[in-house]
Write a protein that binds this ligand. Structure first.
Ligand SMILES: *Cc1c(COP(=O)(O)O)cnc(C)c1O
Length: 385
């Protein structure tokens, strides 16, 4: 059966050129970059080149790039790293109600250790008001962490405005740019942040590799102590193949970004129009304009997200939901709740995210199949009787 993958926000298939770039670093060039011999030097050269590529893509210096094991580690490293480094200065952290768990959980963890955390709210589109951040800043605030674009509803946040407030007040600013990097040209100086997170597998790189940009002069306490790699910011022998793959994925993203965005936006809009025209009682979420080009997020009223996913999957379509019980969680998505969507409606949430390999035919197929699935489920639903 034909499989149609519409879950690019969860992960993406590794680009063939990325895979090819990684391959030699598993075999011929297997050295440890810290070793003082030719094999080590060759690995070190690959590492240096990768760091240079990533730095250039972000408008950063190579020394400001730390390679990690992924987006979660980069977020943890930024938040706990700054909190521990500046704990003499203050104990207050500001974040938002719609952050990824990789940001919210380290904040909760720090709360248990005596740090104070303020979660600023969002409006109905999921936008953070920079004034709310400004008002929340106190003399004890050491860090503001607001995501660049939301992974569920695709809304893009006014990061440059928030960071300019932070700069004025002398507070560090971190942004999780895991979802946005594939769609937006990110220059760390233009958006004015001190720390920024990327994850390679969200833009056609390998899983298990991430980047943390740390602006010069920003102190972080490492999460992993050991051999002093990454200028004492992250110990452990470098994942050379992964890092090479990450850098290749970054370079390809920069090169292909505008085409990818155009392709995604066209198919996403086609998908939205198709659903709008054929399914009743559907509402689309997230900001209508300031949003990721590949994200389509909807509430299908009187529906259960899981039931829709199962039916879709049985017909070859792979999507996601923020409904309760999905992926083992008993709680409905905190993001959708923060948007003010009622718990009842959250149950009918469905996210479809398109990408590089999505085709017109894929969307045509969804257009045919999805309205039938909804009609069938609604026939059985007690809520529509
Ligand atoms: C996927 C994701 C992460 C986690 O990245 P991993 O590399 O999977 O650890 C963090 N933040 C956002 C916004 C994400 O979408």
């Amino acid at each position: 059966m034909r499989r149609i993958y519409l879950d690019y926000a969860a992960t993406t298939p590794t680009h063939p050129e990325v895979l090819a770039a990684m391959q030699p670093y598993f075999s011929e060039t297997f050295g440890n970059p810290m070793s003082l011999h030719a094999a080590g030097r060759r690995a070190q050269e690959a590492l240096d080149a990768s760091r240079h590529t990533v730095a250039q893509a972000l408008g950063a210096d190579p020394e400001e790039i730390v390679f990690t094991s992924g987006g979660s580690e980069s977020d943890n490293c930024a938040i706990k790293g700054v909190a521990y480094a500046l704990k003499e200065k203050g104990n207050h952290i500001i974040t938002s109600t719609i952050e990824h768990h990789a940001v919210l959980e380290p904040c909760h963890f720090l709360q248990q250790q005596g740090f104070e955390v303020t979660c600023v709210p969002v409006d109905g589109y999921g936008v953070v008001d920079p004034d709310d951040v400004e008002k929340a800043i106190t003399s004890k605030t050491i860090l503001v962490s607001i995501m660049h674009a939301n992974n569920e509803v695709g809304t893009i946040e006014p990061i440059a405005e928030i960071s300019s407030t932070c700069r004025e007040k002398g507070v560090h600013m971190h942004t999780d740019a895991v979802q946005s990097f594939g769609a937006l040209d990110i220059n760390v100086n233009q958006i004015g942040v001190d720390l920024l997170t990327l994850s390679a597998h969200k833009f056609y790189g390998p899983k298990g590799v991430g980047v943390l940009y740390v602006k010069k002069g920003t102190r972080i306490v490492p999460l992993i102590h050991g051999g002093g790699q990454e200028s004492n910011r992250r110990a452990s022998t470098h994942n050379v193949p992964g890092i090479v793959g990450c850098a290749k994925a970054v370079a390809l993203t920069v090169k292909e970004r505008s085409q990818r965005v155009q392709h995604a936006r066209h198919l996403r809009d086609k998908l939205i129009h198709a659903i709008q025209g054929k399914v009743k009682d559907v509402r689309f979420n997230g900001h209508p304009e300031n949003r990721l080009p590949n994200n389509c997020h909807m509430i299908v009223k009187y529906e259960e997200g899981e039931s829709m996913l199962l039916k879709l999957d049985a017909l070859g379509i792979e999507a996601a939901t923020g409904s309760a019980c999905s992926s083992g969680s008993l709680e409905p998505s905190h993001v959708l709740v923060a948007l003010g969507i009622s718990r009842e409606e959250v149950h009918g949430s469905l996210r479809m995210t398109v990408g590089r390999l999505t085709t017109e035919q894929d969307i045509d197929y969804v257009k045919d199949v999805f309205p039938k699935i909804v009609a069938e489920l609604r026939k059985m639903s007690p809520m529509t009787q």
